[in-house]
Design a protein around this ligand. Structure first.
Ligand code: SF4
Ligand code: SF4
Length: 102
């Protein structure tokens, strides 16, 4: 394994560049007190699967917080939400994450 491949995911994410869009590109369809996030989604896969830690469950507020600015646009959360409660689009052109390859 090369030295480059041994870098942690967190370290690699720290190298990414973001250009914050004017509007959130991720929304919860239902973010209220009766949302499935609160009442039915026991495992909350959005919190564990997102590599960029966009989702956090706020126990005190009984709601899912969404730090959409950190999104690396992988699409996993939308696929794995068991209640189809996530609307995840692409940021407007010119905004969002910028990758460097090589
Ligand atoms: S996976 Fe979906 S339903 Fe579950 S906590 Fe996240 S957004 Fe809510
Ligand atoms: S698209 Fe990927 S990086 Fe963005 S919020 Fe969903 S899981 Fe996280």
């Amino acid at each position: 394994m090369t030295e480059h491949a041994k870098e942690t995911v967190e370290a690699k994410l720290g190298l990414l560049e973001y250009r914050k869009g004017p509007e959130p590109h991720i929304h919860l369809k239902d973010a209220g007190a009766s949302a499935p996030c609160v009442s039915r989604c026991e495992k909350r896969p959005c919190v564990s699967v997102c590599p960029a830690k966009v989702y956090e469950y706020d126990e005190a507020g009984a709601k899912v917080l969404v730090a959409w600015e950190n999104c690396i646009e992988c699409g996993a959360c939308r696929m794995l939400c068991p209640f189809d409660n996530i609307l995840c689009d692409w940021p407007a052109g010119g905004f969002g994450v910028r990758y460097r390859y090589g």
